[in-house]
Ligand binder design. Structure first.
Ligand code: 2AL
Length: 246
């Protein structure tokens, strides 16, 4: 089975962290194909970043279809372009926020999300509603770390994340933590031991869920709104993004 794990920001070092987590989770017969978006923001920290990042993400999904990928992981916590990616793909596509929130709901009655900048909190809160997770998510918490600070040893990111996780356990009464950024994928295992509760990174669980779905022959529905996009001309700088009739 071939699973493509796409980092929708353009920072290749963050893709390495994400791909390492994906490979650590993958079963022996699973090939992980990592990809960094070829165009767009170096980090995704708001609605505008997110909207622009979807173009590069969709390019990688379409390339994946040509490369024979069986499923896809969108490795950014805003799950940018999730439904558009599902339209373009034959196999299952999961976002890491969606995967992590569902996994957390299986192992705790309430979880908190610990994310990066406060301005991205609303993105996660919108996803909580979109996924029907209001009854499970107790709170979305920000560390005020910029996404690229996660890559910078001088930022003290790990300590700030651990401190926020502890506050979440104490103040929210949560039984699990969802890590709210693809760049936190390397922390889940360590923090699970350190905090004594499930600390969930969406990259690992999304890989396992794709293995389960694709392994059972469950692919994206091509009936209705997730059917392949209608063939029509696109104009301007995105003319090459058009779907052609088969
Ligand atoms: C993210 C993420 O996961 N990657 C990125 O560039 N921005 N989202 C976030 N809330 O930090």
């Amino acid at each position: 089975m071939r699973i493509k794990v796409i980092n929708p920001n353009t920072t290749a070092s963050m893709t390495q962290t994400i791909v390492a987590a994906a490979k650590a989770a993958a079963a022996p017969g699973t090939e992980i194909v990592g990809a960094t978006s070829p165009t767009g923001p170096v980090s995704i920290e708001g609605h505008y970043d997110e909207a622009v990042s979807v173009i590069g993400l969709l390019e990688e999904i379409r390339a994946g279809e040509r490369e024979g990928c069986d499923g896809y992981v969108i490795a950014c916590f805003g799950d940018p372009g999730l439904l558009a990616a599902r339209e373009a793909a034959r196999g299952p596509v999961l976002g890491i926020a969606e995967a992590a929130m569902h996994a957390a709901s299986f192992v705790a009655t309430g979880f908190s999300v610990v994310t990066t900048l406060g301005r991205t909190r609303i993105i996660a809160e919108h996803l909580v509603h979109a996924y029907g997770m209001e009854r499970h998510c107790r709170r979305v918490r920000a560390t005020e770390l910029a996404v690229l600070e996660l890559e910078d040893p001088a930022s003290d990111a790990r300590r700030k994340i651990v401190d926020e996780c502890r506050r979440a356990l104490d103040e929210d009464g949560s039984g699990a933590i969802v890590l709210g950024c693809g760049g936190m994928a390397d922390l889940a295992r360590d923090l699970t031991h350190e905090l004594g509760v499930p600390v969930i990174d969406g990259v690992g669980v999304a890989v396992k869920f794709i293995e389960a779905l694709a392994g059972l022959g469950i692919n994206t529905s091509k009936r209705g709104d997730l059917a392949f996009p209608l063939p029509k001309p696109y104009t301007g700088m995105l003319a090459g993004m058009a779907f052609r009739s088969k």
